[in-house]
Write a protein that binds this ligand. Structure first.
Ligand code: ATP
Ligand code: MG
Length: 448
């Protein structure tokens, strides 16, 4: 029998299902959690589907939130554990889709029709957590077994209803390492351009799931083959065939390098690192130049950061994510200079916020290309050394603007420069005390 993990989320889902049943309703686990349990993967959340109407669900539980009452979705909150909840959705049948995005209405109905409105057969299974019985109205068990993503019903009709499903087909195939059924795949390829009617927010959510689960490179290859990539990230599809100097990139073109890089990420991976890896060379196609001794991509770090900003704003990623990804890309070539860097410059580089992600992008970039980790190891060693004296990595300066004023220096931009120069000296280990700092400033400003 199917074992459910012994965790609070499951206990809550079981309790909710029992309560609903005792009140005379049908209630089952539904969707992603059933699929994941059958695949022996850890479900992200446990969703319940029921014949009870939203009002009836609300009446049965003390603490509820009507998250999507029009669609019949009520969140039931745990009595004791803060932040723990389960979504309870009334079996529903979606009315006509008029805009290619959402149903114009929903009707509450039975489990079989609820299975029929779901996207893929493996996502349309129900599970009785007490008996372990799987309720399968769409032949989803066979597809799980065969590891196939197949639309429920006619794929063209289902994709026409909601065009996000085009991308979801690829996202599930990639994340689960499943194949896409032939008719479903053909429909995705035929209809790929229509993904554009879907809101940026929904596309972003699917891309985020694709990029932070395993199988990303397969997902991107499927997106490329079906034309989805051209529709949502044309800046990535143009990487195909963009040659690189073989002495630095024996692996091949920019696309091959980027796909290899995605495969080299460790898990769990943050969305910022994943986007940084995906986009670090996004400006190689527009900066490609083979007019000199070898192929060059001058300025692809800076232009790449700008392009990433445009792409991620278009996909409505939050500003903090965008800024961090831009910073990763803008700085990804700095590692080349690390062996020659002054200690002060290196210390300033490594103390940038989230430097671990910069270093991880560098590791991945190397392994997906030349394969040498010399600089990576050097930086690791330096980090360990610096961390033995953390106060010397971001030292508190022994003097400030007031001291400069007392020395008789006129306030102005030179204050900032002088204090930065003092910090440099401290980072280099040439200055420690306040007296030394004042002597240094006097000498710099040519004071007697
Ligand atoms: P994940 O674990 O990655 O979240 P999931 O299967 O739970 O996967 P969700 O997007 O959370 O995916 O959706 C939950 C369930 O709702 C799906 O399993 C599917 O049955 C149904 N569903 C979600 N989005 C759609 C859609 N666009 N069209 C039809 N059914 C959908
Ligand atoms: Mg889910």
């Amino acid at each position: 029998m199917l074992e459910l993990p012994n965790i609070p989320a499951v206990a809550l889902a079981r309790r909710v299902i029992r309560t609903l049943r005792e009140a005379g309703h049908e209630a089952l686990l539904a969707g992603g959690c059933v699929r994941d349990l059958l695949l022996k993967r850890e479900p992200k959340d446990y969703d319940v589907a029921t014949s009870a109407l939203p009002d009836e669900v609300e009446a049965l539980f003390k603490r509820t939130v009507a998250v999507g009452k029009a669609f019949g979705v009520i969140k039931v909150l745990d009595d004791n554990i803060e932040g723990l909840d389960v979504e309870v959705a009334t079996f529903r049948h979606d009315g006509p889709y008029l805009d290619g995005r959402h149903p114009s209405s929903v009707q509450f109905t039975n489990a079989a029709e609820d299975a029929a409105r779901r996207d893929f057969t493996i996502n349309a299974l129900f599970l009785d957590p007490d008996s372990g019985e799987v309720v399968d109205h769409v032949n989803g068990l066979a597809d799980l077994d065969a590891r196939v993503i197949r639309a429920v019903g006619d794929p063209r009709v289902r994709f026409k209803e909601d065009k996000l499903r085009l991308l979801r087909a690829v996202r599930f195939a990639a994340g689960l390492n499943f194949d896409i059924d032939e008719a479903t795949l053909t429909a995705v390829a035929d209809m790929a351009a229509e993904i554009k009617v879907v809101s940026a927010e929904r596309i972003q959510a699917e891309l985020t799931k694709l990029l932070t689960a395993r199988g990303q490179s397969r997902g991107f290859k499927l997106m490329l083959e079906t034309g989805l990539l051209d529709a949502i990230l044309p800046e990535i599809s143009v990487m195909v065939g963009v040659q690189q100097p073989p002495e630095f990139h024996p692996e091949g073109d920019v696309w091959t390098h980027t796909m290899l890089a995605l495969d080299l990420m460790d898990y769990p991976v943050t969305i910022t690192l994943a986007l940084g890896v995906l986009l670090h060379d996004v400006a190689k196609p527009p900066t490609f130049d083979d007019s000199t001794d070898r192929i060059r991509f001058n300025g692809h770090d800076k232009l790449g950061a700008e392009m990433a900003g445009d792409i991620l704003r278009r996909l409505k990623f939050p500003n903090d994510v965008i800024e961090r990804v831009q910073s990763l890309i803008e700085d990804h070539l700095k590692f080349i200079n690390v062996p020659k860097m002054k200690t002060a410059t290196l210390k300033r580089f490594v103390r940038k916020p989230h430097f671990e992600e910069d270093l991880e992008l560098h590791r991945i970039d190397c392994l997906a290309g030349p394969g040498t980790l010399e600089t990576y190891k050097y930086v690791r060693g330096k980090l360990a050394e610096f961390q033995r004296e953390p106060e010397k990595l971001k030292p508190k300066l022994p003097i400030d603007g007031n001291d400069l004023k007392e020395l008789g220096l006129p306030p102005g931009p030179q204050y900032k420069e002088l204090l930065a120069a003092v910090e440099d000296e401290i980072l280099e280990g040439r200055i420690e005390t306040r007296e030394q700092a004042i002597a240094f400033v006097k000498q710099q400003a040519q004071l007697p």
